[in-house]
Ligand binder design. Structure first.
Ligand SMILES: Nc1ncnc2c1ncn2[C@@H]1O[C@H](COP(=O)(O)OP(=O)(O)OP(=O)(O)O)[C@@H](O)[C@H]1O
Ligand SMILES: [Mg+2]
Length: 232
């Protein structure tokens, strides 16, 4: 990893509170700061409920943040997003999840699932270009291009996680947030997925925010690690 002067992601004093009822607010994330540089893997560990997923979801702006500042690709993404900023964010920052089955639409085939982000952002091109992009990315993640017509239920857990990676990667992102992306997989498959992610990083200089509760894999993949305890 070559440390560059400008961080890709800067999170400053992020707070994410959830108001449960009139008397009770969960301070899920309570003033955390970290930077991620281009090409870097930043590991985030902590016990269950410490706020790891909340940080991931806040950074990619699935939540309106309570307080703090998030800067990504030189743009402020903390507040209400302008449409160009939103489009940059939806392209350049992608997320992969613990359970790809839950996040892959069972009624859509691989072609449509993997092309989804391109379709939404109007970046798919012609039908042939779209198919070509999908098949190139399938091969990149170690899946056969013949899989394009199949459905998620026809794949193993490891293959589904490759699909999740393909779906993120096709957007050519600068940052992928991987929230427990390998936790549900057998140990041998975990190693394959982690190695694939590392290879892709060497080719593309992509950065990862790698969230896990198991320190062993995080230690193996990460350049730096943040430890979270009760939102701090
Ligand atoms: N939308 C929400 N509304 C209310 N409370 C929430 C919400 N999302 C998360 N929380 C609470 O915030 C805290 C942090 O949750 P979070 O899911 O971020 O933890 P985590 O570190 O990812 O845990 P795990 O390792 O189990 O995935 C928990 O107490 C959780 O119940
Ligand atoms: Mg979580």
């Amino acid at each position: 990893m070559a440390l560059q002067a400008e961080p890709l992601l800067q999170v400053k004093d992020l707070k994410q509170y959830f108001k449960v009822n009139r008397n009770y607010t969960v301070k899920a994330v309570d003033g955390i700061s970290f930077d991620i540089y281009p090409g870097e893997t930043y590991g985030l560990v902590g016990e269950s409920g410490s706020g790891k997923s909340t940080i991931g979801r806040s950074v990619i702006r699935l939540h309106d943040i309570t307080d703090g500042a998030i800067n990504f690709n030189g743009q402020d993404i903390s507040g209400k997003l302008k449409s160009e900023t939103n489009s940059m964010l939806r392209t350049k920052m992608q997320m992969i999840f613990q359970d790809p089955m839950a996040s892959l639409n069972p009624r859509k085939n691989v072609m449509d699932i993997v092309a989804h982000g391109l379709d939404i952002q109007g970046k798919a091109g012609t039908k042939n270009e779209r198919a070509q992009k999908v098949m190139d990315i399938l091969e990149r993640v170690g899946l056969s291009r013949d899989f394009a017509g199949r459905f998620p239920s026809q794949f193993s857990g490891g293959q589904r996680q490759r699909l999740g990676i393909a779906r993120a990667l096709i957007m050519n992102p600068d940052l992928i947030i991987a929230d427990e992306a390998i936790s549900a997989l057998d140990v041998s498959i975990q190693a394959q997925i982690v190695n694939l992610m590392k290879e892709i990083q060497e080719e593309t200089n992509i950065a990862y925010l790698f969230i896990a509760h198991d320190l062993s894999m995080v230690r193996y993949i990460s350049d730096r690690i943040g430890v979270l305890h009760l939102g701090h």
